[in-house]
Design a binder for this molecule. Structure first.
Ligand SMILES: [Zn+2]
Length: 340
């Protein structure tokens, strides 16, 4: 009786397994036959009623049937897994002829290019780059630079005051003071950075702009060193044929002071619309560091001397790239930016 039941289970299992189409069905089948409440388990529960002679024989046969069915399930499982994977690959086929996502590679802003160019020229001459805060104490922005309270350069129309003692720096010269306070000569630095003035926006003005300042302090530094340095700088940035011209001027923190022109980069000095027929374009201010400024930083003006200069990065970029409106540098219109 029991052997017949086992044979029937074996026979039906073989038959049913051939009709199974997916892994879920296969698992259901396994539980139905071999599970705790499965057909084979039910049969084995009846072993207690068998005689002592029959029990080991039927027991062994039941085990054979179980391993036979397990083997069958294993084989079908391999086939079905492969079939399902093949189907998945077929359905998820990628169209490699489809155009990919374009990765746009950007580049430096023309203003950053000019600042980097200027930095490189001076790094080549042994200068270090110094930085300082944009929200600055009145002392560093004005007082220490020989611009006392009440001086027109502090005019509230030009300066953004946070309070009476704190301003948005109007010049990067504040960095010069901070460096001289902490470092003894020889000093050779340039300070590139953002500065702020309360100006309305137009083709040549912006309330935020970039300056690059330079400072050299050492024993025996002369105006000749300043002129030589600026000549090298002008030639490196605007070309070998560029010359410079100094016109006397007044700054509070240098004495003597000068405004510095370079040969017009458009007409090469012949005279044109850009240079207003002068052949020269003003790009920076410079001079010998005022003795009072050195004293303010505990540097003895009887022993040391120095020169300082400063230029606007925007104006330099406009010259170098022939840009006629400063606002273009800040609007970030890609059609414009892409040209540089
Ligand atoms: Zn010109």
């Amino acid at each position: 009786m029991m052997k017949e039941k086992l044979n029937k289970i074996k026979f039906e299992a073989e038959k049913n397994l051939n009709e199974i189409n997916n892994l879920q069905e296969l698992d259901n089948f396994r539980v139905k036959v071999l599970g705790k409440k499965g057909e084979l388990t039910q049969v084995l529960r009846g072993m207690g009623s068998l005689s002592n002679e029959e029990r080991p024989i039927i027991g062994q046969y039941a085990n054979e049937v179980r391993s036979f069915i397990e083997d069958m399930i294993g084989k079908v499982k391999i086939q079905l897994t492969k079939k399902e994977r093949d189907n998945k690959i077929k359905n998820e086929k990628i169209d490699i002829s489809m155009p990919g996502k374009k990765n746009e590679l950007g580049h430096r802003h023309p203003l950053s290019n000019v600042i980097k160019d200027i930095e490189n020229v001076f790094i080549g001459m042994g200068y270090e780059i110094a930085e300082g805060p944009e929200v600055e104490l009145d002392y560093y922005n004005f007082e220490a630079l020989n611009i006392p309270k009440g001086h027109p350069a502090r005019d509230t129309q030009d300066t953004f005051y946070i309070n009476e003692d704190v301003v948005l720096r109007t010049q990067t010269s504040s960095v010069q003071i901070r460096v001289m306070e902490n470092k003894k000569p020889p000093i050779r630095i340039i300070c590139p950075g953002r500065v702020y003035r309360s100006d309305a926006v137009d083709a040549t003005h912006s309330p935020i702009f970039y300056q690059v300042e330079g400072l050299v302090v050492d024993k025996g530094v002369t105006m000749g060193d300043l002129i030589g340095t600026l000549k090298v700088f002008a030639k490196s940035l605007f070309g070998e044929k560029t010359d410079i011209r100094l016109r006397p001027h007044h700054f509070q923190f240098t004495e003597p002071s000068a405004e510095v022109d370079v040969t017009c980069w458009v007409c090469k000095g012949k005279g044109c619309r850009v240079c207003k027929n002068e052949g020269w374009i003003e790009i920076l201010g410079a001079g010998m560091v005022h003795p009072k400024v050195l004293q303010n930083c505990n540097i003895d003006p009887e022993v040391y001397s120095g020169f300082a200069f400063g230029l606007g990065a925007e104006r330099t970029a406009m010259g170098k790239y022939n840009i006629d409106d400063l606002r273009l540098l800040y609007e970030n219109d890609l059609r414009f930016i892409k040209q540089f």
